[in-house]
Design a protein around this ligand. Structure first.
Ligand code: HEC
Length: 114
C-alpha cells in the first residue's frame, strides 16, 4: 500500500512538474532558442551577443528585422544594417518560427558597444 501511494505520488508530482512547469513547448523564448540553434548558428554565434563565424550579433533584433532578413534577405525601411554584405541566404520555410525567433532574440540584451 505505502509503495503504491508513493508511486502515485511521484507520478502526480512528475505530471504536475511537466504540465505546469512551463515546459519548453509552452515557452516562445525556449522554442525560439531551439530554432536559432538549429538554423542560424552555422553563420551566427551560438551566443547572439557575439559575432559569429560569418554573421553579426543578433541580440535585441526586432521582429520586423528578423522577418525581412529571414524571409527576403532585406532590411526594414530605414534600418541601418550591421554589415554591408548580402551573404545571408533567405530561409522562408522558417516563417512559422518567426515569432519564436523574435521572442528569443528580443529577450537577449545586446552587448553594450564600447
Ligand atoms: C549562410 C549563413 C547565414 C545563416 C544560416 C543565417 N544568417 Fe543571418 N546573416 C548572415 C550574414 C553574413 C549577415 C550579414 C549581412 C549579410 O551579409 O547578409 C546576416 C545578417 C542577419 C541579420 C541582420 C543583422 C543586422 O542587424 O544587420 C539578421 C536579423 C539575421 N541575419 C538573422 C538570422 C536568423 C534569425 C537566422 C536563422 C533563422 C540567420 N540569420 C541565419 C548569415 C547567415
Amino acid at each position: 500500500m505505502t509503495a503504491r501511494s508513493l508511486v502515485w505520488g511521484l507520478t502526480a508530482a512528475l505530471w504536475l512538474a511537466w504540465g505546469c512547469g512551463g515546459g519548453a513547448d509552452d515557452d516562445p523564448v525556449a522554442r525560439g532558442r531551439s530554432s536559432y540553434l538549429a538554423n542560424c548558428v552555422a553563420c551566427h554565434s551560438t551566443n547572439p551577443r557575439l559575432p559569429g563565424p560569418i554573421g553579426p550579433p543578433l541580440a535585441g533584433s526586432s521582429r520586423a528585422l528578423i522577418e525581412a532578413k529571414v524571409m527576403r534577405n532585406e532590411y526594414p525601411p530605414g534600418y541601418r544594417p550591421k554589415r554591408s554584405t548580402h551573404a545571408m541566404v533567405p530561409l522562408p520555410h522558417l516563417e512559422p518560427k518567426l515569432d519564436d525567433l523574435a521572442a528569443y532574440l528580443g529577450s537577449v540584451r545586446p552587448a553594450s558597444i564600447p
